[in-house]
Every structure is written in C-alpha cells, then in structure tokens.
Design a protein around this ligand. Structure first.
Ligand code: G3P
Length: 224
C-alpha cells in the first residue's frame, strides 16, 4: 500500500513527510489554487521537501493532446525527480497518455468514476488511475465498490496500472479501499492522522503512563 498526501500546503507536506511513510504528493488545480501563490515556487518547493525519489503528481490544465504533452514535458523538466502528470480522462487525455508513454513520462489518469474509464486509461498506458471515492459516495455511487471493480478488472486483464484512490472524507473509506486491494491512496493530512488514531489507543497509553508513574514517578527508563 502506498500513502500519498493530497495537498500543496508546504507545512502539511513537511509535517507528514517527517511523520508518515509517505510515497509522494498529489495535487490538482483546486489544491494548487487553494495555496494562492506562485505555481512554480510551490511545485518545486514540494519537490525540495519530499526529495527526488518520492512521487510528485501534478495535473495539467491543458485541453488538447498536443498541449497536454507539451505541458507535461515542461512540468517534468522543471519539477524533476519521480514525476507523474495527472490527466483527466477524456479523448484528448487518452491520446496524450499514449504519446507520453512513448516519451517515458509517468501518467496518472484522474477524475475516474467508472471501471470502464479506468480500463481504457490502463490500456492507453496509464501508470495510475485515480477514482474519486467520496464524490461517488456523495451520490450514493459506492466509491469503494467502484475502486474494487477497477482493481479486479486490471488484474483480470493483466495491466500493470495501479489504482491511486482519491477523494476521501473519512478513515472508513480508506480502510474499505485497502480491504479490496487498492494499491495506493492519496489523502489529506487530517485523514492520515485519523487513520492512525483510536480512542482505545489513547486509553491504553493513559493506562501505561498511570501504572508507570505509580511506581517510578516521573523517571524515564533512561534515567533508571
Ligand atoms: O485529486 C483528487 C481529489 O483531490 C479530489 O478530492 O476532496 O476534492 O473530492 P475531493
């Protein structure tokens, strides 16, 4: 399982890169715009924080295959490292995906809402497909079920393409996607924290601290 952070907020990226086993960062035009700052400083700033080995997925804003390919080359050249261009599914995006594969540029086909969209993206050569779980759940579309079907179809047809599930609003969605074998998730810093949290864990730690203090006071193991 790969955990990616779905934000362009440098403070959140710094924090999560230090505290979690992150495999990379994903962005989209909404996420970038939320930071309301210089685009190139922001994306190269993310690269500086996570280093060259971790994945950085940045979405194109172009609408034709030719322009998507041109923009992808520029993004890869200026951002460097382990880079993936995110391309929304559509005719131009599929054409661009096929061309970018020939050029050896990583592609994540995004804004996926059906297994059929994912399958064609995989056939075109996408490295990742990104279904939007919570947006499907919001319309009673069962996002995790769609993600599960995508995993199963990619396996049946033997595609190397990975499922990078996006759009999460709670830890249960992350858990369900992991249960059906999704390869990777991209989540907010808040969801990451929720995933590792549990009130019973807090209670257990309080019990350990209380029992220790009853015998050893405020002394740590290293002070004994
Ligand atoms: O990258 C796609 C993802 O960020 C969408 O999430 O929360 O806008 O549905 P959301």
């Amino acid at each position: 399982m790969l955990y990616l952070l779905d934000t362009a907020n440098l403070e959140a990226i710094k924090h999560c890169n230090e505290y979690y086993p992150l495999s990379g960062v994903t962005t989209n035009p909404s996420i970038i715009s939320a930071e309301n700052t210089d685009f190139w400083e922001l994306v190269t700033g993310i690269r500086k924080i996570i280093g060259d080995e971790k994945m950085l997925h940045v979405q194109t804003t172009q609408k034709t295959a030719a322009a998507i390919v041109k923009e992808a080359k520029l993004l890869k050249e200026r951002i460097g490292g382990n880079f993936y261009v995110k391309i929304p599914i559509g005719e131009e995006g599929i054409k661009a995906t096929m061309e970018l594969k020939k050029l050896g540029i990583g592609v994540t086909v995004t804004a996926i809402f059906t297994p059929a969209q994912a399958l064609i993206a995989a056939k075109a050569g996408a490295d990742f497909v990104a279904p939007y779980v919570n947006r499907l759940d919001n319309i009673i579309g069962d996002g995790c079920d769609v993600a599960a079907e995508i995993v199963s179809q990619l396996k049946i047809f033997g595609y190397d393409c990975k499922v990078l599930v996006a759009s999460f609003k709670n830890a249960e969605q992350v858990h369900k996607c992991a249960s059906v074998g999704c390869h990777s998730v991209t989540v907010s810093a808040g969801i990451l924290k929720t995933v590792i949290s549990h009130p019973m864990t807090d209670a257990a730690i309080q019990g350990f601290d209380r029992d220790w203090a009853a015998i050893y006071g405020d002394k740590t193991i290293m002070e004994l």
